[in-house]
Design a protein around this ligand. Structure first.
Ligand SMILES: Nc1ncnc2c1ncn2[C@@H]1O[C@H](COP(=O)(O)OP(=O)(O)OP(=O)(O)O)[C@@H](O)[C@H]1O
Ligand SMILES: [Mg+2]
Length: 504
């Protein structure tokens, strides 16, 4: 069975490839009600972790519930062991994610529109999405969790790149020989991504990507809940956990049903009814939406300087549930003035695109970009200073089948090589990393053969050497955007390989 799996911050949506169609999978909750998603939530039911609809049911009966655990993956310093709080338990994020993916598998086999076709032993070939600007550890942990849960991961795609496939598929009758460019604007529950995709038939090339790892629909819920609480001089953080959850749930519900005619929203804060004018909510939400619009600047070209680039873009394609907020198309039109279309299935667009990616017969192909830069800080001058070397740039192309490599050679000037790897958003004019900086691996390599006895190199003071070996660093970037380095002493042939990820 071929599946596109969009693990969202709030909802997990699955689509399948079925003879050129890509239907969204229906999941049934405990009452037999149909939903086109599995909630991305976990609860602690007595001593057992439960997921999805079972977790929501447990929460209604009083069990502690944790939402949006995907956000933990986006933290700059995430490792497999990073704890996620679920009630009284601290669960390592990889363990939690693996258990969630296993629960998704069980739900597909037992309680979904695919159940009749699946058994516990069925092979599930999945294309899995990640936010476009996801850093290496986030990609690695996502891939690892699905593999451990028994999925065969056939591809990992950036979410807006997958939505680009859905855009083309939807318009396949209109496709001409002409190339078009589309900007995919994806505002989900917890993340914002936008990509410019050059579409030539079924071949897609991502020309650029921007993203914000911490802006999404969850934030709008919080803004609205804050406004409601403030109106009776309370703070959301001071409410009891059940009152807070209840208020956020009301906020989400109201936000999802806003129409251009809505004037006033009524919420209940710990038993007290309060009214919030929609204009107050929009006032608070505007800066957040503007952040996403500002972030698109580099993709759209500065309106005055790059008239040609602007001219090239056919339209902006809105996907992701939170792009349903009427403010979003309004602010986009104000800023860019071009045609803004919303996907008819905004929440499922990514999952459908992922399902298309699993379908060899559909003939879609993709050239994507790394979207984050990658480089290394290293010791200079007896460890008194550090220098930064960019290794891969954020616009470097990700090859769908195979690897990209980068190589550096130099004569070692110290007895120990101390490499601190980081991912970054961009480089400043001096070649230093800027933006979101994610330190995610440290490698110590013994240049001096005497030190190659397995000792703890962190305890060896770095010293200058004039007779160091010739060293080669060879970086390979696989199709999932994960980097590996092989460091070799070319004089003796001694080498080490390190997968560069947060937990070493
Ligand atoms: N009509 C609507 N108007 C405004 N917001 C909406 C609407 N429908 C859904 N949302 C919001 O969209 C968000 C969920 O969107 P989506 O399902 O695309 O996110 P996700 O895939 O779970 O998250 P992410 O892609 O960030 O990981 C929620 O915050 C939800 O409240
Ligand atoms: Mg999403």
């Amino acid at each position: 069975m071929k599946l596109g799996v969009d693990l969202g911050t709030t909802r997990t949506i699955v689509a399948t490839a079925d003879r050129g169609n890509y239907p969204v999978v229906t999941f049934y909750d405990g009452d037999g009600e149909a939903h086109e998603h599995l909630p991305s939530v976990v609860a602690l039911d007595d001593d057992r972790l439960v997921f999805g609809f079972e977790a929501l049911a447990a929460a209604r009966a009083g069990a502690p519930l944790t939402r949006s655990f995907k956000r933990v993956l986006a933290a700059p310093d995430v490792t497999a062991e990073t704890p996620v709080t679920v009630g009284t338990r601290q669960v390592p994020v990889l363990e939690l994610l693996t258990a969630y993916a296993a629960a998704l598998r069980t739900a597909l086999v037992e309680q979904s529109s695919l159940s009749e076709e699946l058994t516990v032993d069925s092979e599930l070939q999945a294309a899995v999405g990640v936010p476009a600007h996801a850093h290496g550890p986030q990609r690695f942990l996502t891939l690892e969790a699905f593999r451990r849960a028994g999925f065969t991961v056939v591809a990992m795609l950036n979410e807006p790149s997958a939505a680009g496939f859905e855009f083309t598929h939807r318009r396949r009758r209109e496709i001409t020989r002409n190339r078009t460019r589309v900007v995919v604007y994806d505002l989900g529950g917890g993340t914002f991504d936008a990509s410019v995709v050059d579409v030539a038939g079924t071949h897609h090339e991502v020309l650029g990507t921007v993203g914000l790892n911490h802006v999404g629909g969850d934030d709008f819920d919080l803004l609205l809940a804050d406004l409601a609480a403030e109106s009776i001089h309370q703070r959301v953080d001071d409410l009891s956990a059940p009152d807070r959850d209840d208020l956020l749930e009301q906020a989400r519900e109201l936000k999802e049903h806003l129409s251009p005619q809505t004037r006033r929203l009524t919420l209940e804060v710990a038993g007290t009814e309060v009214g919030v004018p929609v204009t107050a909510f929009y006032g608070r939400a505007t800066p957040l939406v503007e952040q996403t619009v500002d972030a698109m600047g580099p993709l759209m070209g500065d309106a005055d300087d790059h008239v040609d680039e602007l001219h090239d873009v056919a339209g902006i394609y809105l996907v992701g549930g939170a792009s349903g907020l009427p403010l979003v198309p309004r602010l986009l039109k104000e800023r860019f003035g071009r045609r803004v279309h919303r996907s008819p299935l905004p929440a499922a667009s990514t999952a459908i695109g992922l399902a298309i990616a699993t379908d060899d017969d559909a003939g879609y192909s993709l050239r994507d970009r790394l979207s984050r830069g990658f480089g290394v800080f290293r010791e200079l001058r007896d460890g008194e200073a550090v220098g930064f070397d960019p290794i891969l740039g954020r616009t470097d192309v990700l090859e769908p089948s195979g690897c990209r490599t980068a190589t550096r050679r130099y004569r070692a000037a110290h007895d120990v090589g101390w490499y601190r790897y980081v991912e970054h958003t961009d480089l400043d004019e001096h070649g230093g990393p800027t933006g979101d900086l994610v330190p995610f691996a440290e490698v110590l390599f013994p240049f001096d053969p005497v030190l190659r006895d397995g000792r703890d190199l962190t305890r060896v003071p770095v010293q200058r050497r004039d007779d160091g070996p010739l060293v080669e660093e060879r970086y390979t970037l696989d199709e999932h955007g994960i980097v590996q380095v092989r460091i070799t002493d070319l004089d003796s042939g001694y080498s080490q390989v390190h997968a560069l990820r947060a937990d070493g």
